[in-house]
Ligand binder design. Structure first.
Ligand code: GLY
Ligand code: MN
Ligand code: MN
Length: 499
């Protein structure tokens, strides 16, 4: 939330493109005066304040998501009648000096508004009967007459044109107000308040005496649970994210050297380019793990090289322009052909994933697909003699398989890669699958290079296969089915792409 001055310069300007603003400085100590870039001549200030065309757009249509966000707000309103509900987008985070990290709004704000602008806050104001009126508090266009648009380092001259409040009303389909008036509005609030905490320090402070941790936790939980069931817009967007992700995997296969090494970073960058072209970004840091790196689940350093004869595990997802992400893993033979031992491990994981997929249907317990997949992995591990004299049942009961399967078999997917993470256990991991949920099925086997309990030929092999599923009335739909899963199909697909 921006404060009343409408400007928030906190660091001295260093960018070359801000030279015009800095040039007028005679005294560095005045640089931050009033949050503006110091004193300028009256002549320059007058010159910069005039001569700009009216660019207001009056012909805008609501964004495609507007009807859906209205329904989502109505559902939230019904859950908390009579309470003031406050959902901030969050503020940009400073990386150093006047350089920020790329901004991404809080997922709940994006879910309820379809907007992605920084510093914004959605407020649901309760009326007499308990029903709410939704208002988006946003930064308006930057003022030209007072110089804000060029003397504030986040002014539009530097950061680009923002939508006016009137334009945002047309686009988002809800009333919009200047976010710099929000502190006053919150100060005059009466009655119970719920806040999505932790995104906007200014709002957190403004409401500090009005909220409790317990009630805000309930609010966060409710928001997370609302997102368990995806609406049509969300499913379409996830489908697009999965298709774009498949194209990104194809891009990677095309550059994967058959007899020359390819840097993991080149693989990461190749996928990222697809994500930026077709979507907003990647939905999480891509895992591009060659050879033994594949046994490290969170391998995002990506500073190694691929080698012929080894596997490449790539876990990556395109995040759509509406911020919904895919989450897909393929484990590929660098030179296009699995070795016999790689194929043995791959086919065990494939069989486990197939068993997990078969357990994804409405009415099934959420844990069923996990147990189905892990049981199959345990059977293979037992057949390879890794549990000694113990039976499959014993190994499963004791969880001994987990030394090599490491992780759970999946999670909800949506605006966040690990979506709905604050939902109550009874509605999520102890819950029941329903049509409209989207989740991953992603079993794997990981044999560390230094694991002396497995035969040498297995050491350094890591395999995961991960796809994204919509639970349907009939069972499920594989949203990432553009990519092959079976070993033979993977080899044929790679050969086709590499001509
Ligand atoms: N890419 C993160 C995960 O698979 O959960
Ligand atoms: Mn996943
Ligand atoms: Mn993944």
């Amino acid at each position: 939330m921006r404060d009343g001055g409408g400007t928030s310069v906190t660091d001295s300007p260093t960018d070359a493109h801000q030279e015009a603003a800095v040039a007028a400085e005679s005294d560095e100590n005045t640089t931050r005066k009033n949050g503006l870039y110091g004193d300028v001549s009256t002549e320059l200030a007058e010159n910069m304040g005039q001569g700009w065309a009216d660019t207001e757009r009056r012909d805008l249509e609501p964004v495609a998501q507007a009807a859906y966000t209205a329904r989502r707000r109505a559902a939230l309103s019904a859950r908390f009648p009579g309470e003031l509900l406050v959902i901030p987008a969050g503020n940009p985070k400073v990386r150093a000096n006047d350089t920020d990290y790329p901004f991404r709004p809080s997922s709940d704000y994006a879910y309820l508004t379809g907007d992605q602008s920084q510093d914004s806050v959605l407020v649901l104001e309760p009326g007499q009967g308990g029903e709410h009126r939704a208002i988006a508090y946003l930064l308006p266009r930057s003022d030209r007459e007072n110089g804000e648009f060029w003397r504030d380092y986040h002014g539009e001259l530097w950061d680009g044109r923002r939508n006016s409040l009137a334009e945002n009303e047309l686009l988002l389909g809800l009333p919009c107000r200047d976010v710099r008036t929000l502190t006053g509005r919150l100060a005059s609030a009466t009655g119970p308040v719920r806040l999505l905490r932790g995104y906007d320090a200014g709002v957190d402070v403004a409401l500090h005496d009005r909220v409790t941790a317990e009630r805000d936790t309930e609010f966060r939980t409710a928001l997370s649970e609302m997102r368990l069931l995806k609406d049509e817009f969300e499913v379409a967007d996830l489908r697009h994210a999965c298709r774009a992700t498949a194209r990104g995997f194809e891009d990677v296969v095309r550059i994967l050297g058959t007899d020359t090494p390819t840097a993991e970073r080149a693989i990461e960058g190749t996928f990222w380019m697809r994500a930026r072209i077709e979507g907003n970004d990647v939905g999480y840091a891509s895992v591009c793990a060659a050879g033994p790196h594949a046994t490290t689940l969170h391998w995002v350093r990506n500073d190694g090289e691929t080698r012929p004869g080894e596997l490449l595990l790539i876990d990556a997802g395109v995040e759509s322009r509406n911020l919904y992400t895919a989450d897909v893993t393929r484990t590929l033979p660098v030179d296009g052909r699995f070795t016999p031992v790689q194929r043995r491990v791959y086919e065990a994981v494939y069989e486990a994933q197939s068993a997990g997929i078969a357990a994804v249907r409405p009415g099934a317990k959420y844990r069923d697909f996990h147990h189905a997949a892990q049981r199959v992995l345990t059977e293979h591990l037992a057949a390879w003699g890794l549990f000694g004299e113990r039976t499959v049942d014993e190994a499963y009961e004791l969880g001994l398989y987990r030394r090599w399967t490491l992780a759970g078999t999946g999670h909800m997917l949506g605006l966040d890669v690990h979506d709905c993470a604050k939902a109550r256990t009874e509605l999520y991991v102890d819950g029941t699958l329903e049509a409209g949920m989207v989740l991953t099925v992603e079993p794997g086997l990981y044999f560390q290079s230094d694991d002396l309990t497995v035969p040498e030929e297995l050491r350094g092999i890591g395999v995961r296969i991960e796809d994204d599923f919509l639970v349907t009335e009939e069972g499920n739909e594989n949203l990432s089915a553009d990519l092959p899963r079976a070993a033979d199909e993977v080899e044929a697909w790679m050969a086709r792409l590499r001509g």
